[in-house]
Design a protein around this ligand. Structure first.
Ligand SMILES: Cc1cc2nc3c(=O)[nH]c(=O)nc-3n(C[C@H](O)[C@H](O)[C@H](O)COP(=O)(O)O)c2cc1C
Length: 187
């Protein structure tokens, strides 16, 4: 007997979650910082190192990125779940989220946008291309620099027993990776 499948509407994109969730930081024209939560972000090239991120045209982050193109991607853990939800539930058009949540900046090497103190790490990025995909724009960006918390990495990768990387399921539901498994097939 074959496996039984049930059909879902193509708008049920949460079927592709859980996915890692990040905070994007941009610099506002007045020099202050804006933060937004994003789950639709993925590596797309290692040479040159590039990521792609899909951002709603209604957001303040979209407006700023279209103008100055620089941002940081901040990697989150279990302990950041509430700030992830808050920064993704209200727009910087309405409030100063940076001050409201009480973030502290960590200086970047190559861009003005800072990292967020206490996050697991951050990437300094600069937009290279933009693609209109409907309600969102897909921004393609070069990774200029990567910073990771020294207490959370081991031999160049996350120590997954310590770094409980936050994943988004849907609405207020998040999860973290549960256990490490190894593929047993040899090449
Ligand atoms: C867990 C989570 C994931 C989100 N992922 C995205 C995303 O991938 N793309 C997007 O445009 N908005 C996403 N959002 C919504 C934005 O974070 C939200 O619209 C935010 O208020 C925009 O902020 P801004 O206007 O200050 O830039 C997400 C929200 C949450 C809570």
């Amino acid at each position: 007997m074959s496996t039984s499948y049930r059909g879902l509407n193509p708008t049920e994109y949460y079927t592709l979650h859980p996915r890692p969730v990040y905070l994007i930081v941009v610099v506002k024209p007045d020099g202050g910082f804006n933060v937004m939560t994003i789950a639709w972000l993925t590596p797309v090239s290692s040479d040159p190192p590039k990521i792609a991120l899909s951002i709603s045209k209604d957001s303040l982050t979209h407006k700023i990125l279209s103008e100055n193109g620089e941002f940081t991607v901040n990697i989150l853990g279990e302990e950041h779940v509430d700030i992830a939800y808050r920064a993704g539930s209200i727009s910087g058009f309405k409030v100063d989220k940076w001050s409201m949540i009480g973030f502290k900046p960590v200086e970047s090497k190559f861009i003005t946008a800072p990292g967020i103190d206490g996050c697991y790490g951050f990437l300094e990025c600069k937009i290279s291309n933009m693609i209109d995909v409907g309600e969102c724009t897909l921004f393609i960006a070069d990774i200029l620099s990567i910073h990771v918390r020294s207490d959370l990495v081991e031999k160049g990768f996350w120590n997954l027993r310590k770094a409980r990387i936050l994943l988004h399921c849907r609405s207020r539901i998040f999860t973290i990776p549960g256990r490490i498994i190894y593929a047993t097939t040899r090449r």
